[in-house]
Design a protein around this ligand. Sequence first.
Ligand code: AN0
Ligand code: CP
Length: 320
Amino acid sequence: MKTFLHASDIGPLEQALAEAREIKADRYKFETLGRHKTCLLIFFNNSLRTRLSTQKAARNLGLDVIVLDVNQGAWKLETERGVVMDGDKSEHLLEAIPVMASYCDLIGVRTFAGLIDRKADYAENILTQFICHSGKPVFSMESATAHPLQAFADLITIEEHKTKVRPKVVLTWAPHPRALPQAVPNSFAEWMRAADVDFVITHPEGYELDPLFVGNARTEYDQMKAFEGADFVYAKNWSCPGVTNPADYGKILSRDMDWCVTSRQMAVTDDARFMHCLPVRRNMIVSDEVIESPRSLVIPEAANREISATIVLKRMLEAL
Ligand code: AN0
Ligand code: CP
């Protein structure tokens, strides 16, 4: 595997899930695979889970790890070609990438959508430059439009906790005070479509996700209806994807607190498990009661980030 951005990059999901069980049974099984190899993790944005779980995964495989926080201690990087660099940015990504690549064997990149220019975000401007100019395998640690390590961990979590062959999985939009990217719901939808689940998306009108990720997944605009009989409820806020109205891209279209997941909606599910990628704002996205209930999976879900990252890094090492 040379790049990791889409569900298709991991190949058959059954095989990936079997590998997850293998790693979970012994996470040090491949501890010599990364000997004398270095994994560079580059963060353009904040992170708690990705930062820790990916380092842990790398160490499971015997890799050395270098972490760079671009906004703390590095030179400010210009990302657009053709700019006269007379502002506050001292270095261009086009030099920085090959330099960083010369010190490592694998590269992980965390970068968020700007939420201003839909075309630039969906072209994955920063991640693409790493893929084109590093000469090294590159994996997304959440990029502008996708968060595949999260979606893979979510799939593992659903697989571990499902009690039906084909569970009903509901992705629900929920309110948030700041405009957030579509990366998490995009990838979650993409991976759920590839998995053997009954998948439904619910959100207020105008929040339709990009067809590139959701394909022809079922949308139900009535949240209560969508929740009926659900086995898994996956909550997430996202800003307007600009699919129906490009001018609204990145905007907050609704602050309707009725969409906050509480026991009112959970009551119509089939005793559903609650999921969220974290970080989560309590009593905006989900009530204290629901996130603290024994049906909440947010902690095992986050723990599975170590497993998804171990598999992705292992696959990349095997292909070196
Ligand atoms: C980010 C997002 O919505 O993409 C990271 C989630 C993994 N969330 C926030 O910035 C709160
Ligand atoms: N879920 C997730 O990716 O969290 P962080 O932003 O803390 O890494």
